[in-house]
Ligand binder design. Structure first.
Ligand code: NAD
Length: 401
């Protein structure tokens, strides 16, 4: 069977690399540069090996394309496009809409459409299905299902094969065909009673992390005020064998999921007249951490950052990936610059960002560690500036949360 995967980013390319073993995959992406790179056998996603891509290309089981006509004869379509927040921090379904347009205008036969993009409950039923029908020239009865993605880029222990996958179709046939598709490369499939349950579960998984991260970020401020070491205190709490799960503080949450998905849940909750107070407050606490970090750095440096050279170390949102979406480094740098600091950043995994290149890991008066990649040694970090503030808890000997 020929399968179209709409969006060849973290989620779509990962699925393509697994599906290529069993299906003929058409990776549809509207970014020509990414498509050209993929067709030359080079993966741009951590966790997807170029050698795997090359194997499928050679076997005639993978092609990337920007052309809608290449998906006209597929039997199954997976949607894996971004679901970010708009400028006013509202759910932004414009990418989903564009994907529905590509499907509606090009797919000629009835197919199974599976949505893997994260969105609020009701998106499949009330948004994706009507949108595809609206864009189709001839009425076609497609099948529709949801299977939220749980990939964690850069993670070694869990992948598509051993991470249980939720799914639900709008009809029993859609559910059955969804199970058939994923069971080729996923060990454990969990069917739920409706697409809305799967959509809500996905949002709650990430909201659980967001709220707990906010709690530990607040706790870090409390322990500091009390003169206690937050890491020692958390390790002590973590000796309890049940009823506790350890989260660690940070300069804020980054990435495409934790700072974004809870707002999808809060928005739909409020639209239905339900409270989302924890979610909204957690978001504020996490966003305010960047200011707290800069306040601490300023207080330790004579109360002023004016004219001081500050090196921000690690601008990716998490270790060992190049992804800078929603990174906490952005707000930290903004606060530092607003206070007159002369800021540069070091992150050779990211390389270039906002038109600036990664600076050498040396020569600053002050260094603030936001993300510590494995390739960057503690020794080099400590030697990079006369004062080092570490928000990761991984640089022994530095000042920190
Ligand atoms: N990255 C993760 O770890 C992760 C985990 C779980 C869920 N998700 C969710 O999966 C979805 C995709 O996220 P991602 O991280 O893969 O995003 P991404 O930005 O890495 O990739 C999306 C790709 O879609 C392409 N694209 C955008 N609009 C398109 C269109 N109309 N037609 C074709 N291609 C289009 C972009 O060029 C890009 O290559 C989001 O809803 C996200 O929340 C992501």
């Amino acid at each position: 069977m020929k399968v179209a995967i709409i969006g060849q980013g973290y989620v779509g390319l990962t699925i393509s690399s697994f599906a290529g073993e069993f299906f003929e995959v058409v990776g549809f992406d509207n970014n020509q540069k990414i498509v050209d790179q993929l067709n030359s056998g080079i993966s741009h996603i951590e966790g997807v090996e170029s050698s795997v891509l090359q194997k499928w290309i050679k076997a005639g089981r993978y092609i990337a394309t920007t052309s809608g006509s290449d998906i006209s004869d597929v039997g199954l379509v997976v949607i894996a496009v971004p679901t970010p927040l708009s400028k006013d921090r509202q759910p932004d379904l414009t990418y989903i809409d564009a994907a529905c347009k590509a499907i509606g205008e090009n797919v000629k036969n009835p197919v199974l459409v599976i949505n893997e993009s994260t969105s609020f409950p009701g998106t499949l039923r009330n948004y994706i299905k009507p949108a595809i029908e609206k864009y189709s020239k001839n009425p076609i009865e497609h099948l529709y299902a949801i299977s939220p993605e749980r990939v964690d880029p850069g993670r070694g222990d869990y992948n598509q094969k051993n991470t249980p996958r939720l799914y639900a179709g709008l009809t029993a046939e859609a559910s059955e065909r969804t199970r058939d598709f994923y069971s080729r490369f996923c060990d454990e499939l969990v069917e739920v009673s409706s697409p809305e349950v799967a959509e809500a579960a996905k949002l709650f998984e990430n909201t659980f992390r967001q709220v707990n991260i906010a709690l530990v970020n607040e706790f870090a401020q409390i322990t500091n005020a009390l003169g206690l070491n937050v890491y020692e205190t958390l390790d002590a709490a973590n000796t309890k064998p049940y009823g506790f799960m350890k989260f660690t503080p940070s300069a804020g949450v980054g990435g495409h999921c934790i700072p974004v998905d809870p707002t999808y849940l809060a928005t739909v909750a409020e639209e239905h007249g339900a409270p989302a107070t924890f979610i909204r407050r957690a978001n504020d606490v996490n966003l305010e951490m960047s200011k707290y970090v800069v306040d601490r750095v300023q207080a330790d440096n004579g109360g002023s950052l004016q004219g001081k050279s500050v090196l921000v170390i690690g601008v990716a949102y998490k270790p060992n990936v190049a992804d800078v979406r929603e990174t906490a480094a952005e707000l930290v740098i903004e606060h530092l610059r607003n206070r007159g600091a002369v800021v540069s950043w070091h992150d050779d995994v990211v390389g270039t960002w906002h038109g600036e290149s990664s600076a050498p890991l040396s020569g600053a008066e002050i260094a603030v560690v936001i993300t510590k990649h494995d390739a960057v040694s503690e020794r080099d970090i400590l030697a990079s500036a006369r004062y080092v503030f570490d928000t990761t808890g991984k640089v022994a000997g530095a000042k920190g949360l």
